[in-house]
Design a protein around this ligand. Structure first.
Ligand code: GRF
Length: 187
């Protein structure tokens, strides 16, 4: 049985989709959810399905030793970023090399990199007049959104799309594919 840790800063719909997918799995389970935001919606979602979620401080994130101990104590095999807005500290990348993945709501390398998160990504896609967007699941390296791509899927950008309507279409794709890609990696 493999153990997953999810890092999330926001609503947590991906964290929930992943946790539900592995609920009765014999392959893996979501052991713990970590967040940099006490008020992130992910905590309520995890509480409702009995998965421990904790908030760490800015100091803990900078130092990282307590977070690394927590990951090690929970025998974490894979770190899954799901709407996590902090840059991953080099010591975490070093200790979990090739075992950290992220999901980005565009077809990387388009519309990625520092500052490209949430509605900023969808606004950029719409402003660029893209006819399609999508999701990218990739390994995490020290370059923001720059690691090896594992999976992509696309969806149309409609002429009357707003960042909200496009985000909703993208979320549907994410909830379908992220759990399946994680399962494939862990197998
Ligand atoms: C997702 O669109 C993901 O691609 C991006 O942040 C969003 C998180 O959404 N990295 P949620 O918090 O999982 O609902």
């Amino acid at each position: 049985m493999k153990n997953i840790a999810i890092f999330a800063s926001g609503d947590g719909s991906n964290a929930e989709a992943i946790a539900q997918h592995f609920k009765d799995s014999t392959i893996a389970c979501v052991k713990i959810v970590l967040s940099n935001r006490q008020k992130a919606g992910v905590h309520e979602r995890m509480k409702a399905i009995d998965i421990p979620s904790i908030t760490f401080s800015k100091e803990d994130w900078k130092d990282c030793s307590a977070i690394l101990s927590l990951l090690q104590d929970n025998n974490i095999d894979l770190i899954v970023l799901a709407g996590f807005l902090c840059i991953i500290e080099p010591s975490i990348i070093k200790n979990y090399k090739g075992r950290i993945i992220n999901i980005h709501p565009s077809l990387l390398p388009k519309h990625g990199g520092p500052g490209m998160w949430g509605h900023h990504v969808h606004d950029a896609v719409i402003s660029a007049g893209e006819k399609e967007s999508g999701i990218t699941i990739h390994y995490v390296t020290e370059e923001v959104d720059g690691g090896e791509i594992i999976f992509q899927d696309s969806c149309p950008v409609k002429p009357d799309d707003t960042a909200t309507t496009l985000a909703s279409r993208i979320h549907t794709l994410e909830h379908i594919h992220y759990p399946l890609v994680i399962e494939k990696i862990l197998k």
